[in-house]
Design a protein around this ligand. Structure first.
Ligand SMILES: Nc1ncnc2c1ncn2[C@@H]1O[C@H](COP(=O)(O)OP(=O)(O)O)[C@@H](O)[C@H]1O
Ligand SMILES: [Mg+2]
Length: 168
């Protein structure tokens, strides 16, 4: 018997199926609500790419995830430090913003390669700046600025990412 057709939004990836879904986020509270749902689904070792222009809400989303996990400190944008590490709800999290990353030498010099131990959870803003030396994403979240609000396109690339996407 032939395999059933995949749903229209599902596409065949190279090795694994990938799927995506879009959500309109009317205001910042909607972004934070998505962050709360995401916080309930993330698993150690997960790599999440965050795409979108400056001001699209990438850092806002990470702040929402950390707050939902009970992190009480300040969540600042790693614009200059490139990396901010966190520990919350028994999880190690790493928030990268690679907008200002110069080249692979800077990456190696900062020791960022050693961060990818498969145990922490990674949120990476501007992943295209380091695409050849960061691990592939389980989940990719693209935020587009609308006249009012944001459009989030969320794509699962791996079984762990797809499982997460299903619950969002
Ligand atoms: N769904 C939304 N609609 C409108 N504004 C939003 C929404 N989500 C977040 N914002 C606002 O957009 C800005 C996003 O800033 P930031 O998270 O620093 O962006 P990025 O990290 O993508 O450069 C914040 O001022 C935040 O209040
Ligand atoms: Mg940011």
């Amino acid at each position: 018997m032939p395999a059933p057709n995949p749903p229209p939004h599902a596409v065949e990836g190279k090795n694994e199926r990938s799927a995506n879904s879009s959500i309109v986020l009317d205001d910042e509270n909607a972004t934070l609500a998505l962050a709360t749902r995401l916080a309930a689904q993330i698993k150690p070792g997960m790599v999440i790419y965050l795409h979108g222009d400056l001001g699209a809400g990438k850092t806002c989303l990470v702040r929402g995830v950390l707050n939902a996990l009970g992190f009480k400190g300040r969540v600042k944008s790693p614009t200059y430090t490139l990396l901010e590490p966190y520990h919350a709800a028994g999880l190690d999290l790493r928030h990268f913003d690679l907008y200002r990353l110069q080249d692979e030498n800077e990456w190696e010099f900062a020791g960022f390669r050693d961060e990818f131990d498969g145990k922490s959870i990674f949120f990476i803003e501007w992943p295209d700046k380091a695409s050849s030396f960061i691990p592939p994403a389980d989940l990719e979240i693209s935020l587009d600025i609308l006249p009012q609000g944001r459009l989030a396109d969320i794509k699962g690339n791996t079984s762990i990412g797809l499982a997460c996407l299903k619950q969002l």
